[in-house]
Design a protein around this ligand. Structure first.
Ligand code: PLP
Length: 447
């Protein structure tokens, strides 16, 4: 329990306060309207798990830049590394020449991924760009065009990755989309209303049917999957389903690509979530918590595949910028030093213990139907009725988020039906801060 003196949240105005509203009005006038925003707050600074807005309100951050800040906001080691590098060289471009932080980071990532045998890495600016690189590399390595993805998947918003992304809400009026992308059902046991084993069997049958009725397996370059579906609602892939995908890829000569953009770098209790299935992918795509908020992403994988793209065929002006690379090296040091994957498990256990009673609690608002995820990558799914599992209206979940924000907690939703709340706390959060935030969340859910 937190006392008034030890509380992290400190509210001086209603949320959003007058200065936030002013900046919000400027944003609306100056910024393209299609850029969504989960909250109306305007932030001035952030440290650890605490964000201070422009009105001087202190809030707890359970979003972490959408899973970017496993090491929290502004870790001093990362800020110092960026500052020191900024005084030496801000940019050069790896397309022009070589600088040590780029190479050092690739060496480190090659050794960190759960892939046996020699690995190589290519750096980029965003998760979407790194997914695109993985697809290009898979096509070059196999000489095949088709990519198999899943319902509920989120892989980004560039036109190829938007094609790979599932939820139609993101796609409105942006077509036509890229060809040779095929979508299979995802073992979303809760929404299918069956056990994980049954979901695996049913989705595997659908997968095999697709190979006969949907796409010629001889044309499949890669199967692309999030080991824990992120935007789709924090649904871990059952280990048996992942093993079957591995078996298919081995038999078929296709690559298995794990999109760990949201699940990577300790959040799920291991450095990469796929480790917990015992399956080795061929390529891993990562970003977000890799560099504590600096724009950086990596495609990492078997050297034979990674070397398949022709010379000059991949890369970009900024990919692997020196500031981002030193930030990532410092971030990886913190993740190792502070054993953040282990901490993620403890955080996950604390969250589950606090939220479990909600699974039996009655309204007035939407009901918590499921609490799921891996480690500290956890979500609550809201329904109107626990038997039918009918998704709660998106607005009812927005109302909960809004109540939480009014009391100083930043949280965000997820899910194919926008009926989930995802928790992505910084892994450096203290037990007291976590408890304080969960208390606010529980009150907001109770209405
Ligand atoms: C699993 C996954 N892949 C790819 C992306 C796209 O990353 P970015 O927003 O950096 O382009 C995201 C972003 O949320 C993601 O969660």
């Amino acid at each position: 329990m937190t006392t008034t003196e030890t509380r992290s949240v400190l509210l001086r105005t209603a949320i959003p306060g007058p200065r936030s509203q002013e900046l919000l009005a400027r944003r609306e006038a100056a910024v393209a309207a299609g850029l969504g925003r989960a909250t109306p707050i305007a932030v001035a600074e952030a440290h650890g798990a605490i964000v201070t807005d422009v009105d001087g309100n202190r809030l707890l951050d359970f979003v972490s830049g959408i899973g970017t800040l496993a090491v929290g906001h502004c870790p001093p080691e990362v800020s110092a590394a960026i500052q020191a590098q900024a005084e030496r060289m801000i940019h050069f471009s790896a397309l022009v020449g070589t600088y040590e932080p780029y190479v050092a980071l690739c060496e480190r990532l090659n050794g960190a991924v759960p892939i046996s045998g020699p690995c190589k890495t290519l750096l980029a600016n965003s998760g979407a760009e790194a997914v695109e690189n993985a697809i290009k590399i898979a096509r070059a390595a196999t000489g095949r065009p088709a990519i198999l993805v899943f319902e509920g998947a989120y892989h980004g918003r560039t036109l190829l990755t938007l094609t790979l992304t599932s939820r139609t809400f993101f796609k409105k009026r942006f077509g036509p989309f890229a060809p040779e992308v095929y979508r299979a059902p995802f073992p979303y046991a809760y929404r299918m209303g069956v056990s994980e084993e049954q979901a695996t069997e049913q989705c595997w049958a659908a997968f095999e049917r697709m190979l006969v009725a949907g796409v010629d397996p001889d044309t499949i370059a890669a199967v692309l999957i999030e080991p824990v579906q992120g935007e789709g609602g924090f649904i871990p892939v059952p280990a048996e389903f992942m093993r079957r995908l591995r078996g298919f890829c081995d038999r078929n000569g296709s690559l298995l690509i794990a999109d760990e953009v949201q699940s990577g770098f300790g959040r799920t209790g291991t450095l990469f979530a796929i480790e917990q299935t015992g399956v080795e992918p061929d390529l891993i795509v990562s970003a977000k918590s890799l560099a504590a908020g600096m724009p950086l992403a990596a495609t990492i994988g078997r050297a034979t595949a990674m070397d398949a793209a022709h010379y000059g065929g991949v890369g970009g002006t900024y990919g692997g910028n020196p500031l981002a690379c030193v930030a990532a090296l410092a971030t990886l040091d913190i993740i190792e030093r502070d054993q953040l994957p282990t901490r993620a498990r403890a955080i996950g256990a604390q969250i589950r213990a606090r939220l479990a009673p909600l699974l039996d609690a009655e309204g007035p608002g939407p009901l918590v139907g499921d609490i799921r995820g891996l480690g500290a990558m956890l979500a609550l799914e809201f329904v109107t009725d626990r038997n039918s599992r009918t998704p709660a209206p998106a607005q009812s979940v927005l109302d909960i988020l809004s109540r939480a924000l009014q009391h100083g907690l930043i949280v965000m939703r997820a899910g194919l039906y926008a009926n989930c709340i995802r928790l992505l706390v910084p892994l450096v959060i203290s037990d007291e801060q976590l408890d304080e935030g969960l208390e606010i969340l529980i009150d907001a859910i109770r209405g």
